[in-house]
Write a protein that binds this ligand. Structure first.
Ligand code: DNO
Length: 388
Protein backbone atom coordinates (compact mmCIF):
# COMPACT_ATOMS: atom_id res chain seq x y z
CA UNK A 1 0.00 0.00 0.00
CA UNK A 2 1.38 3.33 -1.01
CA UNK A 3 0.25 5.91 1.50
CA UNK A 4 -1.68 8.61 -0.31
CA UNK A 5 -3.18 11.91 0.81
CA UNK A 6 -5.39 14.37 -1.00
CA UNK A 7 -3.95 17.85 -1.07
CA UNK A 8 -5.91 20.88 -2.29
CA UNK A 9 -2.87 22.93 -3.21
CA UNK A 10 -2.17 26.31 -1.73
CA UNK A 11 -5.81 26.75 -0.67
CA UNK A 12 -5.50 23.75 1.61
CA UNK A 13 -5.26 24.50 5.33
CA UNK A 14 -2.94 21.52 5.62
CA UNK A 15 0.63 22.00 4.50
CA UNK A 16 2.82 19.62 2.55
CA UNK A 17 5.11 19.46 5.55
CA UNK A 18 2.28 18.16 7.71
CA UNK A 19 1.35 15.66 5.02
CA UNK A 20 4.88 14.37 4.85
CA UNK A 21 4.97 14.06 8.63
CA UNK A 22 1.83 11.92 8.44
CA UNK A 23 3.94 9.29 6.69
CA UNK A 24 2.63 10.00 3.20
CA UNK A 25 4.66 9.17 0.10
CA UNK A 26 2.09 9.86 -2.63
CA UNK A 27 0.17 13.08 -2.94
CA UNK A 28 -3.18 13.15 -4.72
CA UNK A 29 -3.79 16.54 -6.28
CA UNK A 30 -5.11 18.46 -9.27
CA UNK A 31 -4.78 21.80 -11.02
CA UNK A 32 -7.67 23.29 -9.10
CA UNK A 33 -7.58 26.56 -10.99
CA UNK A 34 -8.45 24.82 -14.25
CA UNK A 35 -12.12 24.57 -15.14
CA UNK A 36 -13.69 21.41 -16.61
CA UNK A 37 -12.85 21.18 -20.29
CA UNK A 38 -9.62 23.19 -20.16
CA UNK A 39 -6.27 21.77 -21.20
CA UNK A 40 -3.79 21.43 -18.33
CA UNK A 41 -0.52 22.92 -19.53
CA UNK A 42 2.75 21.07 -18.90
CA UNK A 43 4.47 23.98 -17.08
CA UNK A 44 1.60 24.22 -14.58
CA UNK A 45 1.62 20.48 -13.98
CA UNK A 46 5.40 20.55 -13.55
CA UNK A 47 5.26 23.45 -11.12
CA UNK A 48 2.84 21.63 -8.83
CA UNK A 49 4.78 18.36 -9.11
CA UNK A 50 7.99 20.18 -8.18
CA UNK A 51 6.37 21.67 -5.10
CA UNK A 52 5.32 18.21 -3.94
CA UNK A 53 8.77 16.80 -4.69
CA UNK A 54 10.46 19.61 -2.79
CA UNK A 55 8.43 18.47 0.22
CA UNK A 56 9.80 14.93 -0.15
CA UNK A 57 6.81 13.26 -1.81
CA UNK A 58 5.49 12.48 -5.26
CA UNK A 59 2.39 13.73 -7.05
CA UNK A 60 1.34 10.39 -8.49
CA UNK A 61 -2.44 10.49 -8.73
CA UNK A 62 -4.71 13.18 -10.15
CA UNK A 63 -8.06 13.60 -8.49
CA UNK A 64 -9.77 14.73 -10.61
CA UNK A 65 -9.53 15.75 -14.19
CA UNK A 66 -13.21 16.76 -14.31
CA UNK A 67 -15.29 15.74 -17.29
CA UNK A 68 -17.16 18.67 -18.86
CA UNK A 69 -20.95 18.45 -18.63
CA UNK A 70 -21.15 18.71 -22.45
CA UNK A 71 -19.17 15.46 -22.68
CA UNK A 72 -21.54 13.74 -20.26
CA UNK A 73 -24.50 14.89 -22.35
CA UNK A 74 -22.73 14.75 -25.72
CA UNK A 75 -24.05 18.15 -26.59
CA UNK A 76 -22.55 21.54 -27.42
CA UNK A 77 -18.79 21.59 -27.70
CA UNK A 78 -18.23 18.04 -26.46
CA UNK A 79 -15.85 17.11 -29.29
CA UNK A 80 -13.54 19.94 -28.40
CA UNK A 81 -13.64 18.97 -24.72
CA UNK A 82 -12.81 15.34 -25.49
CA UNK A 83 -9.81 16.53 -27.51
CA UNK A 84 -8.78 18.79 -24.65
CA UNK A 85 -9.09 15.90 -22.24
CA UNK A 86 -6.75 13.85 -24.39
CA UNK A 87 -4.24 16.70 -24.43
CA UNK A 88 -4.40 16.92 -20.65
CA UNK A 89 -3.79 13.17 -20.35
CA UNK A 90 -0.80 13.43 -22.66
CA UNK A 91 0.58 16.37 -20.70
CA UNK A 92 0.18 14.55 -17.41
CA UNK A 93 1.94 11.49 -18.83
CA UNK A 94 4.81 13.71 -20.03
CA UNK A 95 5.25 14.73 -16.40
CA UNK A 96 5.15 11.11 -15.22
CA UNK A 97 1.65 11.29 -13.69
CA UNK A 98 -0.22 8.28 -14.92
CA UNK A 99 -3.16 7.65 -12.62
CA UNK A 100 -6.23 9.79 -13.22
CA UNK A 101 -9.36 9.71 -11.09
CA UNK A 102 -12.58 11.25 -12.43
CA UNK A 103 -16.29 10.71 -12.10
CA UNK A 104 -19.27 10.68 -14.40
CA UNK A 105 -21.89 12.05 -12.02
CA UNK A 106 -24.10 14.68 -13.61
CA UNK A 107 -24.24 18.21 -12.14
CA UNK A 108 -23.17 17.36 -8.61
CA UNK A 109 -20.12 15.47 -7.48
CA UNK A 110 -20.68 13.68 -4.15
CA UNK A 111 -23.63 14.64 -1.99
CA UNK A 112 -24.11 14.77 1.78
CA UNK A 113 -26.99 16.15 3.82
CA UNK A 114 -25.00 16.81 6.99
CA UNK A 115 -21.50 18.25 7.03
CA UNK A 116 -21.14 18.20 10.81
CA UNK A 117 -22.78 15.09 12.18
CA UNK A 118 -21.80 14.92 15.82
CA UNK A 119 -20.34 11.68 17.16
CA UNK A 120 -20.60 10.78 20.86
CA UNK A 121 -17.05 12.01 21.54
CA UNK A 122 -17.85 15.50 20.19
CA UNK A 123 -15.93 15.14 16.93
CA UNK A 124 -17.94 15.60 13.75
CA UNK A 125 -18.14 13.80 10.44
CA UNK A 126 -20.22 13.76 7.27
CA UNK A 127 -23.68 12.25 7.15
CA UNK A 128 -26.28 11.25 4.61
CA UNK A 129 -29.99 10.90 5.17
CA UNK A 130 -32.09 10.02 2.14
CA UNK A 131 -35.22 11.48 3.77
CA UNK A 132 -33.50 14.83 4.18
CA UNK A 133 -32.37 14.73 0.56
CA UNK A 134 -35.88 13.85 -0.62
CA UNK A 135 -37.40 16.59 1.57
CA UNK A 136 -34.93 19.16 0.23
CA UNK A 137 -35.77 18.10 -3.32
CA UNK A 138 -39.55 18.28 -2.88
CA UNK A 139 -40.06 21.14 -0.43
CA UNK A 140 -37.06 23.42 -0.60
CA UNK A 141 -35.88 23.11 -4.19
CA UNK A 142 -39.42 22.27 -5.32
CA UNK A 143 -38.15 20.41 -8.35
CA UNK A 144 -41.10 19.85 -10.69
CA UNK A 145 -42.20 16.22 -10.53
CA UNK A 146 -39.84 15.36 -7.66
CA UNK A 147 -42.48 13.40 -5.67
CA UNK A 148 -42.77 10.94 -8.55
CA UNK A 149 -39.14 9.94 -8.12
CA UNK A 150 -39.58 8.64 -4.57
CA UNK A 151 -41.41 5.60 -3.23
CA UNK A 152 -44.60 6.67 -1.47
CA UNK A 153 -43.28 5.83 2.02
CA UNK A 154 -40.06 7.76 1.46
CA UNK A 155 -41.99 10.81 0.27
CA UNK A 156 -44.38 10.62 3.23
CA UNK A 157 -41.55 10.29 5.75
CA UNK A 158 -39.63 13.10 4.12
CA UNK A 159 -42.68 15.35 4.35
CA UNK A 160 -43.13 14.62 8.06
CA UNK A 161 -39.48 15.27 8.70
CA UNK A 162 -39.47 18.61 6.88
CA UNK A 163 -42.57 19.76 8.76
CA UNK A 164 -40.91 18.89 12.04
CA UNK A 165 -37.55 20.49 11.16
CA UNK A 166 -36.77 23.98 12.46
CA UNK A 167 -35.62 26.66 10.00
CA UNK A 168 -32.07 26.07 11.25
CA UNK A 169 -32.28 22.34 10.55
CA UNK A 170 -33.65 23.00 7.08
CA UNK A 171 -30.89 25.48 6.41
CA UNK A 172 -28.30 22.95 7.48
CA UNK A 173 -29.59 20.46 4.90
CA UNK A 174 -29.88 23.09 2.14
CA UNK A 175 -26.38 24.30 2.73
CA UNK A 176 -24.92 20.80 2.86
CA UNK A 177 -26.43 19.87 -0.48
CA UNK A 178 -25.75 23.09 -2.35
CA UNK A 179 -22.29 23.83 -1.00
CA UNK A 180 -19.67 22.93 -3.54
CA UNK A 181 -18.03 20.06 -1.70
CA UNK A 182 -14.30 19.69 -2.24
CA UNK A 183 -13.60 18.49 -5.72
CA UNK A 184 -16.83 19.99 -7.00
CA UNK A 185 -17.07 23.27 -8.81
CA UNK A 186 -18.64 26.24 -7.05
CA UNK A 187 -21.56 26.53 -4.70
CA UNK A 188 -24.89 26.50 -6.52
CA UNK A 189 -27.95 28.64 -5.92
CA UNK A 190 -31.26 26.72 -5.99
CA UNK A 191 -32.15 28.44 -9.29
CA UNK A 192 -28.84 27.44 -10.88
CA UNK A 193 -29.21 23.92 -9.58
CA UNK A 194 -32.71 23.60 -11.07
CA UNK A 195 -31.46 24.94 -14.37
CA UNK A 196 -28.62 22.43 -14.43
CA UNK A 197 -30.95 19.57 -13.54
CA UNK A 198 -33.25 20.53 -16.39
CA UNK A 199 -30.45 20.10 -18.92
CA UNK A 200 -30.47 16.37 -18.12
CA UNK A 201 -34.12 15.93 -19.01
CA UNK A 202 -34.41 13.09 -21.48
CA UNK A 203 -31.03 11.60 -20.51
CA UNK A 204 -31.64 8.39 -18.62
CA UNK A 205 -29.18 5.91 -17.11
CA UNK A 206 -28.83 4.09 -20.40
CA UNK A 207 -28.10 7.25 -22.38
CA UNK A 208 -25.58 8.53 -19.84
CA UNK A 209 -23.82 5.16 -19.79
CA UNK A 210 -23.56 5.09 -23.56
CA UNK A 211 -22.06 8.59 -23.43
CA UNK A 212 -19.55 7.44 -20.87
CA UNK A 213 -18.50 4.39 -22.87
CA UNK A 214 -18.17 6.55 -25.97
CA UNK A 215 -15.96 9.01 -24.08
CA UNK A 216 -13.79 6.26 -22.61
CA UNK A 217 -13.36 4.53 -25.95
CA UNK A 218 -12.47 7.85 -27.56
CA UNK A 219 -9.70 8.52 -25.08
CA UNK A 220 -8.53 4.87 -24.90
CA UNK A 221 -5.93 5.16 -27.69
CA UNK A 222 -4.26 7.91 -25.66
CA UNK A 223 -4.43 5.81 -22.49
CA UNK A 224 -2.85 2.88 -24.30
CA UNK A 225 -0.19 5.02 -25.93
CA UNK A 226 0.79 6.89 -22.75
CA UNK A 227 0.10 4.16 -20.20
CA UNK A 228 -2.33 6.32 -18.25
CA UNK A 229 -4.77 4.52 -15.95
CA UNK A 230 -8.21 6.12 -15.82
CA UNK A 231 -10.01 5.21 -12.63
CA UNK A 232 -13.61 6.19 -12.31
CA UNK A 233 -14.90 7.22 -8.92
CA UNK A 234 -18.21 5.47 -8.18
CA UNK A 235 -21.45 7.41 -7.89
CA UNK A 236 -21.80 8.86 -4.42
CA UNK A 237 -24.40 8.06 -3.14
CA UNK A 238 -24.75 4.97 -5.33
CA UNK A 239 -28.38 5.52 -6.26
CA UNK A 240 -30.28 8.14 -8.26
CA UNK A 241 -30.80 11.54 -6.67
CA UNK A 242 -32.71 14.59 -7.93
CA UNK A 243 -33.98 12.57 -10.87
CA UNK A 244 -30.46 12.41 -12.31
CA UNK A 245 -29.16 9.34 -14.11
CA UNK A 246 -26.49 7.15 -12.54
CA UNK A 247 -23.82 5.05 -14.22
CA UNK A 248 -21.52 3.37 -11.75
CA UNK A 249 -23.14 2.30 -8.52
CA UNK A 250 -22.58 -1.44 -8.21
CA UNK A 251 -20.75 -4.52 -9.47
CA UNK A 252 -23.07 -4.93 -12.47
CA UNK A 253 -22.29 -1.37 -13.60
CA UNK A 254 -18.55 -1.95 -13.30
CA UNK A 255 -18.88 -5.24 -15.14
CA UNK A 256 -20.69 -3.52 -17.99
CA UNK A 257 -18.10 -0.75 -18.20
CA UNK A 258 -15.29 -3.31 -18.30
CA UNK A 259 -17.06 -5.18 -21.09
CA UNK A 260 -17.85 -2.12 -23.16
CA UNK A 261 -14.47 -0.43 -22.66
CA UNK A 262 -11.83 -3.03 -23.44
CA UNK A 263 -8.69 -0.95 -22.81
CA UNK A 264 -6.91 -2.37 -19.79
CA UNK A 265 -6.32 1.20 -18.70
CA UNK A 266 -10.02 1.81 -18.09
CA UNK A 267 -10.47 1.01 -14.43
CA UNK A 268 -11.76 1.93 -11.06
CA UNK A 269 -11.13 3.97 -7.94
CA UNK A 270 -12.22 1.58 -5.22
CA UNK A 271 -13.98 4.03 -2.92
CA UNK A 272 -15.36 2.05 0.00
CA UNK A 273 -17.38 4.96 1.37
CA UNK A 274 -19.18 5.61 -1.91
CA UNK A 275 -19.92 1.99 -2.75
CA UNK A 276 -20.74 1.39 0.91
CA UNK A 277 -23.58 3.90 0.54
CA UNK A 278 -25.66 1.01 -0.74
CA UNK A 279 -26.28 -1.78 1.79
CA UNK A 280 -26.39 -4.23 -1.14
CA UNK A 281 -22.83 -3.59 -2.28
CA UNK A 282 -20.06 -5.86 -1.06
CA UNK A 283 -16.93 -3.74 -1.40
CA UNK A 284 -14.53 -6.63 -0.76
CA UNK A 285 -16.20 -8.81 -3.42
CA UNK A 286 -16.12 -5.84 -5.83
CA UNK A 287 -12.41 -5.38 -5.23
CA UNK A 288 -11.74 -9.07 -5.77
CA UNK A 289 -13.78 -9.25 -8.97
CA UNK A 290 -12.16 -6.19 -10.54
CA UNK A 291 -8.78 -6.29 -8.80
CA UNK A 292 -6.85 -6.01 -12.06
CA UNK A 293 -8.71 -2.83 -12.90
CA UNK A 294 -8.35 -1.13 -9.52
CA UNK A 295 -5.75 1.61 -9.89
CA UNK A 296 -6.42 3.73 -6.82
CA UNK A 297 -8.22 3.31 -3.50
CA UNK A 298 -10.15 5.44 -1.03
CA UNK A 299 -10.55 3.66 2.28
CA UNK A 300 -13.02 4.75 4.93
CA UNK A 301 -16.05 3.37 6.68
CA UNK A 302 -19.71 4.08 7.26
CA UNK A 303 -22.06 3.41 10.14
CA UNK A 304 -25.71 2.89 9.27
CA UNK A 305 -28.54 4.06 11.46
CA UNK A 306 -30.93 2.34 9.05
CA UNK A 307 -30.96 1.77 5.29
CA UNK A 308 -30.61 5.17 3.62
CA UNK A 309 -29.30 6.89 6.74
CA UNK A 310 -25.60 6.75 7.53
CA UNK A 311 -22.63 8.75 8.73
CA UNK A 312 -18.92 8.19 8.55
CA UNK A 313 -17.52 5.81 11.13
CA UNK A 314 -15.14 7.04 13.85
CA UNK A 315 -12.61 4.40 12.78
CA UNK A 316 -11.56 3.80 9.19
CA UNK A 317 -11.32 0.06 9.71
CA UNK A 318 -14.69 -0.97 11.05
CA UNK A 319 -18.28 -0.41 9.96
CA UNK A 320 -20.09 -1.15 6.72
CA UNK A 321 -16.91 -2.25 4.90
CA UNK A 322 -14.67 -5.04 6.10
CA UNK A 323 -11.45 -3.06 5.62
CA UNK A 324 -9.24 -5.77 7.17
CA UNK A 325 -10.49 -8.27 4.55
CA UNK A 326 -10.04 -5.63 1.87
CA UNK A 327 -6.47 -4.97 2.99
CA UNK A 328 -5.69 -8.65 2.63
CA UNK A 329 -7.16 -8.66 -0.89
CA UNK A 330 -5.24 -5.49 -1.75
CA UNK A 331 -1.92 -6.88 -0.57
CA UNK A 332 -2.49 -10.08 -2.55
CA UNK A 333 -3.26 -8.08 -5.68
CA UNK A 334 -0.17 -5.94 -5.16
CA UNK A 335 1.90 -9.07 -4.90
CA UNK A 336 0.33 -10.46 -8.07
CA UNK A 337 1.07 -7.34 -10.10
CA UNK A 338 4.39 -6.62 -8.44
CA UNK A 339 3.48 -3.03 -7.70
CA UNK A 340 1.81 -1.13 -4.91
CA UNK A 341 -1.48 0.74 -5.20
CA UNK A 342 -1.99 4.24 -3.80
CA UNK A 343 -4.53 4.20 -0.99
CA UNK A 344 -5.65 7.40 0.64
CA UNK A 345 -7.55 7.64 3.90
CA UNK A 346 -10.72 9.08 2.51
CA UNK A 347 -12.21 11.72 4.78
CA UNK A 348 -11.69 11.92 8.50
CA UNK A 349 -13.47 13.29 11.52
CA UNK A 350 -13.07 16.91 12.50
CA UNK A 351 -11.43 16.68 15.91
CA UNK A 352 -10.22 19.18 18.53
CA UNK A 353 -6.77 19.24 16.96
CA UNK A 354 -8.20 20.98 13.88
CA UNK A 355 -10.43 23.48 15.68
CA UNK A 356 -10.06 26.90 14.13
CA UNK A 357 -8.51 25.64 10.91
CA UNK A 358 -10.42 26.01 7.72
CA UNK A 359 -10.32 22.37 6.63
CA UNK A 360 -12.33 21.27 3.60
CA UNK A 361 -15.32 19.17 4.64
CA UNK A 362 -14.08 15.67 5.36
CA UNK A 363 -10.48 16.64 4.74
CA UNK A 364 -9.20 17.45 8.21
CA UNK A 365 -5.66 16.78 9.36
CA UNK A 366 -6.25 14.87 12.60
CA UNK A 367 -9.06 12.66 11.31
CA UNK A 368 -7.11 11.54 8.29
CA UNK A 369 -3.90 11.22 10.27
CA UNK A 370 -5.64 8.72 12.54
CA UNK A 371 -7.20 7.00 9.52
CA UNK A 372 -3.86 6.62 7.78
CA UNK A 373 -2.18 5.35 10.94
CA UNK A 374 -4.95 2.78 11.36
CA UNK A 375 -4.50 1.61 7.79
CA UNK A 376 -0.74 1.44 8.18
CA UNK A 377 -1.05 -0.62 11.35
CA UNK A 378 -3.55 -2.88 9.68
CA UNK A 379 -1.21 -3.39 6.73
CA UNK A 380 1.64 -4.38 9.03
CA UNK A 381 -0.63 -6.78 10.93
CA UNK A 382 -2.06 -8.39 7.82
CA UNK A 383 1.41 -8.79 6.32
CA UNK A 384 2.71 -10.45 9.46
CA UNK A 385 -0.18 -12.85 9.82
CA UNK A 386 -0.84 -13.63 6.16
CA UNK A 387 2.91 -13.73 5.46
CA UNK A 388 2.70 -11.39 2.48
C1 DNO B 1 -15.08 13.07 -2.18
C2 DNO B 1 -14.33 12.60 -3.31
C3 DNO B 1 -14.95 12.94 -4.66
C4 DNO B 1 -14.02 12.52 -5.75
C5 DNO B 1 -14.54 12.76 -7.14
C6 DNO B 1 -13.62 12.14 -8.16
O1 DNO B 1 -14.59 13.12 -1.11
O2 DNO B 1 -14.11 11.24 -3.18
O3 DNO B 1 -15.16 14.30 -4.73
O4 DNO B 1 -12.83 13.22 -5.66
O5 DNO B 1 -15.81 12.26 -7.30
O6 DNO B 1 -13.93 12.64 -9.41
Amino acid sequence: MKQGWRWYGEMDAISLKEIRQAGVTDVVAALYGRKPGEVWPVPEIKALARKVEAAGMRWSVVESVPVHEDVKKRTGDFRKYVENYKKTLRNLAKCGIKTVCYNFMPVLDWTRSDLAYELPDGSTCLGYNEYEVAAFDMFSLKRPGAEKDYPRETAARAKKLWTRYSPAQRKRVEKAILTGLPGTVDDLTPAQFLRELKTYEGIDDRALRENMYAFLNEISPVLDECGVDMCIHPDDPPHPIFGLPRVLSDAADIREMAKRCPSRHVGLTLCTGSLGGSPDNDEVAIFKEFAKRVFFCHFRNLEYEEPGVFHEAPCHLFGKTDIPALMLALLKEEKRRGAEIVVRPDHGRLMEIDKGRKCYCGYSYGGRLVGLAELRGLEAGVRAFAKI
